[in-house]
Design a protein around this ligand. Sequence first.
Ligand code: GDP
Length: 329
Amino acid sequence: MPFGRDRAGARVVALAGGVGGSRFIRGLHLAAPAAHLTAVVNTGDDLARYGLRISPDVDTVLYALAGIVDDVRGWGPRGDTFRAMAALERLGGDTWFRLGDIDLATHLRRRELVDAGQTPSQVTAELARRLGIDGVTVLPMTDDPVATWIQLAEDDRWVPFQEYFVRRRADVPIRAVRFEGIERSRPAPGLLDAVGTAHLVVLCPSNPLVSIGPILAVPGIRDAVRTARSRGAVVAGVSPLIGGATVKGPAARMLRELGIEPSAMGVASMYADLLDIYVIDRVDAGLASKVEEQGARPIVTDALMRGRPGERRLAREVLRAALGPAREV
Ligand code: GDP
């Protein structure tokens, strides 16, 4: 199934969080510009702050695809300033969740659109259009409110995800994770159709617990991926862990603290019912036979995405493994 030039005709769905997910999706878009690409993005990290509604992973994916993301941080617009936050602080505002000035425009506009009655997926489509994103459909996992909560080990207190991640810098041991509202949530419009007609579903190199976890926990999504597999679609995962460590973020320590092996294999075990293909780094080559035992085909390669060329290369390897070599003409 090589499809046409630049993978024309291929339908690809990528489940993603923020930083790792957005990089891989950008790679997919570069490697298969003619494919029909749908990004399904985690909204469990969303929060209300300063009267605004902030959707960090969706915004990271939008900024990355629009070519305006700060590539060093991996999130937020490049060259953003924080003058509004400084002014807010002076007025006595609590600014532990810092929003840049350019970023603020996104949240102000989202607020306006939500107040005008638009759903999160409609808002996302409008922001994507205005940011000039073409050829990728960005969908929040659900239009319903879902909130990731983290239980801290120090006092068993449950805190909203961003309080753990930003305020406590993910530097405290955790005991459990839960997704409030998940039972009542429904997949965003178009999501199940996209999975249902996909040739390839990718679990991006994102945090398995708090990025991919909530997406797969929306009732119907995990089943849809399994069903897609049984009708011949390929499901590929890319390990976010390399040599037992994260490239960025707290995934490894969160896994350890929750009793899951902090390795590429620990992540694979969370996707055991889903994977046809699993990409691991060369330093983890020793895990390839375990991946096979779990029933997936291991792809051992350089799993680190260095800049745009690195993103495109890794995406191309996944496309080749899943769909066969690309047709050149
Ligand atoms: P967040 O929501 O912003 O935390 O972003 P994600 O959940 O999408 O991504 C976080 C994960 O991306 C971390 O576990 C990182 O290890 C992983 N990641 C970031 N860059 C790379 C990379 O170049 N290669 C791989 N394999 N994983 C990466």
